[in-house]
Design a protein around this ligand. Structure first.
Ligand SMILES: [Zn+2]
Ligand SMILES: [Zn+2]
Length: 262
């Protein structure tokens, strides 16, 4: 069984728990963009008996809303950490005390009951990776922090049964916002963040009858709202593909546990 729970999403900090259970359970934390106290609290709320029993941490890129307390947390509980070489170097190549593993575009990582495949995305970080997770049966796609969907991104996400998908901003709200022009350009540019419309086009391109959940993530507090994101997602969804459940991850409460089934 494969399931996931977002623990917080957006510029205030990102972390998502992914769990596959078969003969035993494998638990992965995707991004660690919170303080150690807050992360421990949210992990304990998600799974009280196993709060710190993680098998691996995967860091998508070096931005502070994703890296957070990764090094401190990993070292405290002796958890292996995966990230790209570029991300590691952008962090200043810190000592991970033997816990660091380098992740590479397209190279699957076996973590017990869970297999993770990272893939490169266009974002203004050194070597950002996003990922798919599978228990050999169901497939989850995690896609936040990218300016646009490349063919490479869509190929990796084909056949996903659930998506945690960035819906960063509403284009009009961003345009009319008080952000300085350079920031508007950065966010809305090809190496920035996905608009609701761009996210909806991705969901639509990936739609198939087995796609059951789309969780909107990394929503801007200033330039978006859950309603706008969900409206955009459902508007672009062709009815012949069935009706996936659309929901939005809360900045601090994240999402409910979502079961991913094939
Ligand atoms: Zn981010
Ligand atoms: Zn980022």
């Amino acid at each position: 069984m494969l399931r996931f729970k977002n623990l917080g999403s957006g510029s205030t900090g990102n972390a998502t728990l992914v769990e596959a259970s078969g003969i035993r359970s494998t638990r992965l934390l995707v991004d660690c963009g919170l303080g150690i106290k807050q992360l421990s609290l949210r992990l304990a709320e998600a799974a009280p008996s196993e709060a710190t029993s993680l098998d691996a941490i995967f860091i998508t890129h070096e931005h502070s809303d994703h890296i957070g307390c990764a090094r401190q947390f990993a070292q405290r509980y002796r958890i292996p950490v995966w990230m790209s070489r570029g991300t590691y170097e952008a962090l200043g190549s810190p000592d991970f005390d033997g816990l660091l593993h380098i992740a590479t575009d397209g190279q699957p990582i076996d973590l017990g009951e869970l297999q993770v495949t990272p893939f490169t995305v266009p974002h203004d970080a050194r070597e950002p990776l996003q990922l798919t997770c599978t228990d050999g049966n169901a497939k989850l796609g995690v896609l936040t922090d990218l300016g646009h969907a490349t063919a490479h991104v869509l190929t990796h996400l084909a056949g996903c049964h659930a998506l945690l998908l960035e819906c960063n901003h509403d284009t009009d709200l961003l345009e009319k916002s008080s952000y300085p022009t350079f920031l508007k350009r950065r966010i809305g540019g090809p190496y920035g963040h996905l608009s609701n419309t761009a996210a909806a086009a991705i969901a639509s391109a990936l739609a198939h009858p087995g796609l059951k959940h789309v969780v909107a993530a990394h929503l801007s507090a200033q330039n978006n709202s859950p309603n706008l994101a969900l409206e955009a997602l459902s508007r672009s969804h062709a009815p012949q593909w069935g009706s996936p459940e659309f929901s939005a991850a809360h900045p601090t409460d994240g999402s409910l546990w979502m079961q991913v089934s094939a």
